[in-house]
Design a protein around this ligand. Sequence first.
Ligand SMILES: [Zn+2]
Length: 104
Amino acid sequence: MKMHCWKCETEMRREEDFFHGFKIMGWKCPACKEIIYDAKDIQPILQYNKLKGSKRGLTVTVGTLGNSKIVRIPKVAEQIYRIGKGNKLRLDLEPERISIRVKA
Ligand SMILES: [Zn+2]
Protein backbone atom coordinates (compact mmCIF):
# COMPACT_ATOMS: atom_id res chain seq x y z
CA MET A 1 0.00 0.00 0.00
CA LYS A 2 1.29 3.43 -0.91
CA MET A 3 0.17 6.72 0.48
CA HIS A 4 0.98 10.18 -0.80
CA CYS A 5 0.98 13.35 1.25
CA TRP A 6 -2.09 15.46 0.56
CA LYS A 7 -0.03 18.60 1.12
CA CYS A 8 3.14 18.05 -0.92
CA GLU A 9 2.46 14.71 -2.68
CA THR A 10 5.63 13.08 -1.35
CA GLU A 11 5.31 9.33 -0.73
CA MET A 12 4.57 8.79 2.96
CA ARG A 13 6.25 6.27 5.23
CA ARG A 14 4.63 3.91 7.70
CA GLU A 15 6.01 4.88 11.11
CA GLU A 16 5.37 4.48 14.78
CA ASP A 17 4.19 7.65 16.41
CA PHE A 18 2.71 8.87 19.64
CA PHE A 19 -0.86 10.10 19.74
CA HIS A 20 -1.89 11.52 23.13
CA GLY A 21 0.87 9.42 24.67
CA PHE A 22 -0.20 6.16 23.01
CA LYS A 23 2.09 4.48 20.51
CA ILE A 24 0.31 3.90 17.21
CA MET A 25 1.25 3.43 13.56
CA GLY A 26 0.76 6.37 11.24
CA TRP A 27 1.74 7.61 7.80
CA LYS A 28 4.43 10.27 7.97
CA CYS A 29 5.57 12.57 5.17
CA PRO A 30 9.40 12.73 5.16
CA ALA A 31 9.27 16.12 3.44
CA CYS A 32 6.75 18.26 5.32
CA LYS A 33 6.29 16.01 8.40
CA GLU A 34 2.54 15.76 7.92
CA ILE A 35 1.15 12.74 9.77
CA ILE A 36 -1.98 10.77 8.99
CA TYR A 37 -3.51 8.19 11.33
CA ASP A 38 -6.11 5.56 10.71
CA ALA A 39 -9.44 6.54 12.24
CA LYS A 40 -9.77 3.06 13.76
CA ASP A 41 -6.49 3.61 15.66
CA ILE A 42 -7.25 7.06 17.08
CA GLN A 43 -10.98 6.59 17.72
CA PRO A 44 -10.52 4.50 20.91
CA ILE A 45 -7.84 6.92 22.16
CA LEU A 46 -10.14 9.88 21.65
CA GLN A 47 -12.85 7.92 23.42
CA TYR A 48 -10.42 7.28 26.29
CA ASN A 49 -9.53 10.98 26.45
CA LYS A 50 -13.19 11.85 26.96
CA LEU A 51 -13.17 9.81 30.14
CA LYS A 52 -12.25 12.02 33.07
CA GLY A 53 -9.97 11.21 35.99
CA SER A 54 -11.42 8.38 38.02
CA LYS A 55 -13.42 7.01 35.09
CA ARG A 56 -10.13 6.04 33.45
CA GLY A 57 -9.76 3.44 36.15
CA LEU A 58 -12.16 0.82 34.86
CA THR A 59 -13.94 -1.52 37.23
CA VAL A 60 -14.12 -5.13 36.13
CA THR A 61 -15.80 -8.04 37.85
CA VAL A 62 -13.96 -11.25 38.71
CA GLY A 63 -15.40 -14.36 37.12
CA THR A 64 -14.38 -17.99 37.20
CA LEU A 65 -13.15 -20.33 34.51
CA GLY A 66 -12.61 -23.81 35.88
CA ASN A 67 -10.52 -23.30 39.00
CA SER A 68 -9.16 -19.96 37.82
CA LYS A 69 -10.35 -16.45 38.47
CA ILE A 70 -10.68 -14.33 35.35
CA VAL A 71 -11.33 -10.68 34.50
CA ARG A 72 -12.42 -9.27 31.17
CA ILE A 73 -10.46 -6.66 29.23
CA PRO A 74 -12.81 -3.74 28.56
CA LYS A 75 -13.46 -3.00 24.86
CA VAL A 76 -11.85 0.46 25.01
CA ALA A 77 -8.65 -1.04 26.44
CA GLU A 78 -8.69 -3.87 23.88
CA GLN A 79 -8.93 -1.32 21.07
CA ILE A 80 -6.33 1.12 22.38
CA TYR A 81 -3.71 -1.53 23.10
CA ARG A 82 -4.83 -3.83 20.26
CA ILE A 83 -4.99 -6.80 22.60
CA GLY A 84 -5.79 -10.07 20.89
CA LYS A 85 -6.10 -13.71 21.79
CA GLY A 86 -2.69 -15.20 22.53
CA ASN A 87 -1.07 -11.85 23.36
CA LYS A 88 1.17 -11.87 26.41
CA LEU A 89 0.42 -9.41 29.18
CA ARG A 90 2.57 -8.89 32.24
CA LEU A 91 0.98 -8.59 35.67
CA ASP A 92 3.01 -6.51 38.10
CA LEU A 93 2.08 -7.49 41.63
CA GLU A 94 2.40 -4.69 44.15
CA PRO A 95 0.91 -4.12 47.57
CA GLU A 96 -2.79 -3.26 47.05
CA ARG A 97 -2.43 -3.23 43.28
CA ILE A 98 -2.02 -5.38 40.18
CA SER A 99 -0.85 -3.49 37.11
CA ILE A 100 -1.20 -5.00 33.67
CA ARG A 101 1.62 -4.19 31.30
CA VAL A 102 1.09 -4.46 27.55
CA LYS A 103 3.91 -6.02 25.48
CA ALA A 104 5.69 -7.89 28.25
ZN1 LIG B 1 4.20 16.31 2.75
